[in-house]
Ligand binder design. Structure first.
Ligand SMILES: [Zn+2]
Length: 311
């Protein structure tokens, strides 16, 4: 059963995660490759063992012979490249799985589109902070504080353009109308949702976020604000504020927290409206964001300053 399930049900998912942490991956990959080379569909049927089934008896016999050999045979583990599915299908990876995979496979498996999105993130971070992060830092920074795990995953998917919205639905006949955002009628790309939409409450929330930022930083006299673009979001982990030569870690962390929680609020709101048909106003969104930030402050007092959120 294990083998049948592995080949018929699990294989596709396992290929998607590039077989990371899957037992017997080497053998299963070869088996799968053999099956794909057949010209016909292969069906599997489980049979009870030791029950006078010819194929089963023969298989037992061979297994017995194999087990009694003095030396093990060399089994060819070669695969036919034509039938090999290369690399992780990064689109479906969660950040955690992908991160474990990075060292081994990641650079090589990145698509050109992903590369250009990462490059845009590098450009945007450089444009606004004066420091160009290297490519690897764009994603490794996502594993670090203070961006929370689920939002890191969200940003990771945004780098890979793998959310189910907009373009994703256009080619699916029954769902094509989901491509349009029903509040404004524009094509619902991730960039539209979190950066450009004028109708989904994003604008009011972002204004509130910026005001909050300025409020916190006004004592220090420098309220310089980095307007988030899609590149800034994708490179968010690498944003840093400086006082000449001195990195302002707290300030940088504050920015990351405020922005990451804001895009998360926008995305969750969008889903609640789209999927659960909830009605959420922009004051609701601001309220949710405030609560998320309060919670962050309770959990992690050292990361961000308390003041404007004190109740
Ligand atoms: Zn819109």
């Amino acid at each position: 059963m294990y083998t049948i399930d592995a080949l018929t049900i699990n294989a596709k998912n396992w290929e998607d995660i590039n077989w990371i942490d899957i037992e017997n991956a080497d053998i299963l990959k070869v088996l799968l490759n053999e099956l794909r080379q057949r010209r016909n569909t292969t069906y599997f049927k489980w049979v009870k063992g030791h029950n006078n089934n010819l194929g089963n008896e023969k298989a037992n016999e061979l297994a017995g012979q194999g087990a009694n050999k003095e030396e093990t045979d060399q089994v060819s583990m070669k695969v036919n490249k034509k039938f090999k599915i290369e690399g992780a299908r990064l689109q479906s990876l969660t950040f955690k799985t992908a991160y474990r995979n990075i060292v081994k496979h990641y650079e090589g498996a990145m698509t050109e589109n992903t590369k250009s999105r990462v490059e845009d993130a590098q450009d945007e971070v450089e444009r606004t902070t004066g420091i160009r992060p290297d490519r690897e830092k764009i994603w490794t920074s996502l594993t670090k504080e203070p961006i929370s795990r689920n939002i890191s995953d969200f940003i990771w998917k945004t780098i890979h353009n793998s959310h189910r919205c907009g373009q994703f639905f256009i080619n699916i006949p029954d769902l094509a109308d989901r491509a349009q955002w029903r509040m404004c009628g524009d094509l619902e790309t991730m960039e539209h949702i979190i950066i450009h939409c004028e109708e989904n409450g994003r604008k009011q929330l972002m204004e509130h976020v910026q005001k909050t930022w300025e409020e916190i930083n006004k004592n220090e006299g420098n309220t310089e604000w980095i307007e988030p673009t899609i590149g800034i979001i994708r490179g968010l982990g690498t944003i840093s504020f400086w006082d000449r030569e001195r990195p302002l870690t707290q300030k940088s962390n504050l920015y990351k927290v405020l922005i990451s929680e804001a895009i998360w609020t926008i995305w969750k709101t969008r889903n609640a409206r789209c999927i659960k048909e909830e009605i959420i106003t922009s004051p609701n969104m601001i309220h949710r964001w405030n609560q998320a930030i309060r919670l962050r402050i309770l959990v992690d007092r050292s990361t961000i300053t308390r003041e404007p959120f004190a109740e």
